[in-house]
Design a protein around this ligand. Structure first.
Ligand SMILES: Nc1ncnc2c1ncn2[C@@H]1O[C@H](COP(=O)(O)OP(=O)(O)O)[C@@H](O)[C@H]1O
Ligand code: SF4
Ligand SMILES: [Mg+2]
Length: 398
């Protein structure tokens, strides 16, 4: 199982733009899943290193690095759970070493928004604020514990898995590397939804796949190749073709370009815009890149700690942001202007843990305007006019 494609490495912890709680959560989820692999791996490595005489210097150095790496991950888990007696190095394998306490995490809490037909609706916010969870609920990959997702007036969770609604709502994933099955040829990857939903016979499916490949700019010879033979951008084209296979009307695009090189991102975004026009698609565009969102989206919703804090037309949101969090996010967009201001207001402090969210306004622990009321009372989303909704007690005064 290890090394994992998306393993958390010490390097991730150096990236200050990622809130450490989100990382800690990710590490915990990963560690709970992978704890046995970590410890098995460590034991194996330690056994090997014990035979130190039979190893070359390079091998020994390599093994030490691996041990440090796995130990590091376990150390993060340990500090998260504050389990004092967790013997780390050398590792004692104990199945109950990680004591997980069952607690509810509200990754998304009481949010509501609507997306118009043909619209590109942006969902923005820092990592870990619940964007993907929202997107996954909309494509039925996650079932919310309460509430409804209505599509064309129908509750998507009322129907059966595999019904026509699930064909009409598709998803493009963030990571084109892990969202394609490496055992399948490109043709098979794109045809998969057609096979699952039993659409057409084999030759009809092949014809459909070939026409989709043409739509997304893949050469015909790609049909029999495997995903690993392609670059990131080409792989995302495969992901886009797969999402289009069932003629959906709504596509959830979960950070579709953030795993790609900057030079490739624009190509994929342009392709998505062309396809939207051609097939009258509606996009829920999830991103933490505000510059891309400003360029692509008609309306934008800003999320913080599982809550919606502001929704508005893109121009309104970018020119007249009303929520302190939105303002801080916009201030953080880098401006390539050497004469521009060097001091920018940036967010201070960490995102609070979802396991212990703050009372009152979810943003009060980091808000420069927080007052007593903010600590006690949760602000409701209120309309400022023209569909501009803001959840802040001081929205009219700031
Ligand atoms: N199955 C789960 N169990 C516990 N926590 C989860 C689970 N899924 C997501 N989370 C947590 O919920 C938060 C929101 O996750 P996500 O929707 O992926 O955020 P985003 O896409 O905005 O980065 C994260 O802090 C994540 O760690
Ligand atoms: S309600 Fe208070 S803490 Fe929350 S964003 Fe508004 S001013 Fe800040
Ligand atoms: Mg996400």
């Amino acid at each position: 199982m290890l090394p994992r494609k998306k393993a958390i490495t010490p390097h991730h912890f150096d990236q200050t733009e990622l809130p450490w709680q989100a990382l800690a959560n990710a590490v915990v989820i990963q560690a709970v899943n992978d704890y046995r692999s970590f410890t098995r791996m460590l034991r194996r490595l330690q056994k090997k290193i014990a035979k130190v005489g039979t190893l070359s210097d390079d091998e020994r150095a390599y093994l030490r690095i691996r041990i440090d790496y796995y130990s590091y991950q376990l150390r993060e888990v340990r500090s998260f759970f504050r389990s004092e007696d967790f013997a780390l190095y050398p590792v004692k394998v104990r199945s109950n070493a990680i004591r997980t306490e069952k607690r509810d995490v509200k990754a998304v809490d009481d949010i509501s928004f609507s997306i118009g037909r043909g619209e590109t609706f942006g969902l923005v916010g820092e990592s870990g604020c619940g964007k993907s969870t929202t997107g996954k609920a909309i494509v039925r990959l996650l079932k919310p514990t309460a509430g409804q997702v209505l599509f064309e007036g129908r509750d998507i969770f009322a129907g059966k898995t595999g019904d026509d609604l699930s064909q009409k709502i598709q998803i493009i994933f963030q990571d084109p590397y892990s969202s394609l099955d490496p055992r399948f040829t490109v043709g098979r990857c794109i045809a998969e939804p057609l096979k699952v939903h039993k659409v057409g016979n084999r030759s009809e499916q092949e014809a459909r796949v070939r026409s989709l490949m043409n739509d997304v700019g893949l050469r015909p010879e790609a049909y029999t190749k495997y995903p690993h033979e392609f670059s990131g951008g080409q792989r995302q084209r495969i992901g886009v073709a797969r999402a289009l296979a069932l003629n959906p009307s709504l596509i959830v695009c979960d950070e579709p370009v953030s795993a790609l090189d900057v030079s490739i991102q624009a190509q994929i975004l342009n392709l998505m815009q062309d396809l939207q026009e051609k097939y009258s698609l509606t996009y829920l565009f999830i991103s933490h890149n505000l510059a891309v969102v400003e360029h692509l989206c008609d309306r934008v919703a800003v999320m913080y700690l599982g809550n919606l804090v502001e929704t508005a037309e893109t121009e309104t949101l970018f020119c007249h942001p009303a929520h302190p969090y939105t303002r801080a996010l916009l201030d953080a967009i880098p401006v390539p202007d050497p004469d521009g201001p060097t001091m920018r207001s940036t967010l201070e402090g960490d995102v609070p843990s979802l396991m212990n969210p703050p009372a009152g306004c979810c943003f009060h622990t980091r808000c420069p305007h927080a007052c007593e009321r903010c600590r006690l009372e949760k602000p409701a989303l209120q309309e400022k006019g023209d569909g501009h909704l803001v959840a802040c007690h001081l929205a009219d005064k700031l």
